[in-house]
Design a protein around this ligand. Structure first.
Ligand SMILES: Cc1cc2nc3c(=O)[nH]c(=O)nc-3n(C[C@H](O)[C@H](O)[C@H](O)COP(=O)(O)O)c2cc1C
Ligand code: SF4
Length: 533
């Protein structure tokens, strides 16, 4: 009997040498005349252990990591391929049974249930692990009932805005049109985020199935995945999976033996953050420059090529199959308040254990950063976390008991966004981070509206002015200082209330949170920034 070994093909593992490790394992097995089945799976989402190699044993998989090619002969010597042993080989890189690793064991993986477990491009493997059960149920229901399940589940958009998916789906389903579309937003531009990528590289069929259910519900016949250009491995994996789905009748005409037609293609963006904004993305998909559209009409009524279009994020769509399979009530049972279900949270930045943690809403920042994350990578004291990408707020350590919940974050002037958490130690300069927020906005602005196009550049200048006045002269002139702070305040108000989309509208969030929680970095006192909230 041949042993089965798993070496991830996920970008994080590849960047740490997974291909070389896979090559070394295959070569060593050949040298020792051992019959081996080498599977290139997705990542389990424990990046500090990558490349993490797993071996199938009598009692489940046993993990080793991080493995370097030079470790491979010793792993063979330790008997790591002994499939009868539940403990695996006795080797210093041995991590024991994968599912028992604390980081993984305490998670509640619904959307990520198969990521790291299946062979991402094997439809057989997907089916063997419960794949396409959601579609089978959807095909047995009237469209209104599918919408009801999504609405009942409480699923809100995981791309950032947290808009209820059921409302969007109902709008497109009820719109009368000859042609409708389903578009998956896979632009994933937020700093510190990678959950979309992990789905696309680790379980692409779950996304394809989710999009197919959306198409069946809305009566859409064409779908597009708008993928960021920085994800070449996801592109390859998606295209392989889409090809397999076509060959097996899960895409194309009469999908899964039904009367529905659904065609699906991947379109690659060109590296603009604003093309993650849904209307700019639709412009880009139509072959135009990625500029934000005025709303209304919303895409659910007039989206791609002016037709009704369901636009959802990768994680939102990849969550649809489990909701259809197990029912909206099952999914809704997880979470807190109006944040139902689970969120794949991404830990990044200066953190000891970076990776993917899928948990029900309600878990606190402290649990995530200190317990799962293990504190800072540098070992220095933690000072701040930024949640929700470049437009998200910076929170100090005193606020780590904040639960992951859309409303709780909004009440503290922050956003959950796409669930990315970037960790900073005590060397971070929050004034520089605030300046960077304006700079980022200036670089990525689509230029359509004045508050964002001009305001972002003026914002960086005002932060510079404040720092010049307050940091360089020991006795700052009161009127200069008040004028600069007043200007910043007006500018943030103008951007917040006058911008056409959330790029300009939310840029003041990181700036104001830095001022509010870390005024000393600007050379200011708490009373100087009382207006920041
Ligand atoms: C500047 C900007 C960038 C965005 N980038 C993304 C992105 O990369 N991926 C994404 O899914 N949504 C992004 N969004 C949110 C989308 O506009 C939209 O809300 C989302 O695709 C809808 O899907 P959902 O409801 O499933 O979240 C962005 C929004 C803004 C304003
Ligand atoms: S806020 Fe910025 S990105 Fe959004 S429409 Fe205005 S200029 Fe474009």
């Amino acid at each position: 009997m041949s042993a089965t070994v798993y070496v991830p093909r996920d970008s994080s593992a590849l960047s740490l040498g997974a291909d070389k490790v896979a090559g070394a394992i295959a070569a060593e097995a050949a040298r020792r005349n051992i019959d081996l089945c080498l599977v290139r799976n997705g990542s389990r989402g424990m990046f500090w252990l990558e490349p993490m190699v797993e071996v199938e044993t009598a009692r489940g998989r046993v993990a080793y990591g991080p493995v370097a090619p030079a470790d491979v002969p010793a792993l063979f010597d330790s008997g790591f391929l002994d499939s009868d042993s539940s403990a695996g080989g006795d080797h210093r890189l041995g991590l024991g049974p994968t599912e028992e690793i604390a980081y993984l064991k305490r998670q509640e993986r619904l959307t990520f249930a198969r990521v790291g477990i299946v062979d991402p491009v094997s439809l057989e493997d997907y089916l063997a692990h419960g794949g396409y059960r959601g579609l089978a149920r959807a095909l047995s229901l009237p469209a209104e009932k599918i919408v009801e399940e999504i609405t009942e589940s409480g699923l809100r958009g995981r791309g950032g805005a947290g808009f209820p998916a059921g409302i969007k789906w109902r709008t497109t389903q009820q719109a009368a049109a000859l042609r409708k579309y389903v578009v998956c937003n896979a632009d994933e531009g937020d700093s510190g985020t990678f959950s979309d990528r992990m789905i696309m590289e680790g379980d692409p069929f779950v996304l394809i199935e989710g999009m197919t259910i959306a198409a069946v519900c809305a009566g859409a016949t064409q779908g597009y995945i708008y993928l960021r250009s920085e994800y070449p491995h996801a592109l390859r994996t998606l295209n392989e999976a889409i090809g397999a789905a076509y060959r097996r009748g899960y895409l194309g005409e009469k999908i899964a033996g039904s009367a529905h037609t659904f065609n699906l293609e991947v379109r690659v963006g060109a590296g603009a953050y604003i093309c993650g904004e849904e209307t700019a993305m639709l412009e880009s998909l139509e072959g135009k420059r990625g500029m934000v559209r005025y709303k209304p009409p919303v895409p659910a009524i007039a989206g791609l090529f002016g037709q009704p279009t369901i636009v959802n994020n990768v994680v939102s769509l990849a969550t649809v199959p489990v909701i259809l399979e197990r029912g909206g009530a099952f999914y809704k049972d997880y979470g807190m308040g109006r944040s139902r279900g689970t969120l794949p949270i991404q830990l990044a930045g200066n953190v000891r254990h970076p990776g993917l943690v899928e948990k029900a809403f309600g878990i606190t920042l402290r649990d995530l950063v200190e317990d799962y994350g293990g504190g800072t990578f540098s070992g220095r004291p933690l000072r701040a976390v930024q949640v929700g990408g470049p437009l998200g707020a910076y929170f100090p350590t005193g606020m780590l008991d904040l639960p992951m919940d859309y409303e709780a974050f909004a009440a503290k002037k922050g956003i959950v966004g796409h669930g990315g958490i970037v960790v900073f130690d005590d060397t971070v300069d929050l004034a520089r981070q605030a300046r960077w927020a304006f700079e980022f906005c200036a670089i990525e602005s689509c230029g359509k509206c004045t508050p964002c196009r001009i305001g972002s550049t003026r914002g960086a200048e005002v932060v510079d002015r404040i720092l010049r006045i307050l940091r360089t002269s020991r006795i700052a002139r009161t009127e200069d200082r008040e004028a600069a702070i007043g200007l910043l305040r007006d500018l943030c108000d103008t951007m917040t209330y006058g911008s056409l989309c959330a790029l300009g509208g939310l840029t003041p969030l990181p700036v104001l949170s830095a001022l509010r929680h870390f005024p000393e970095d600007f050379g200011l006192s708490r009373s100087d920034v009382a207006w920041a909230g």
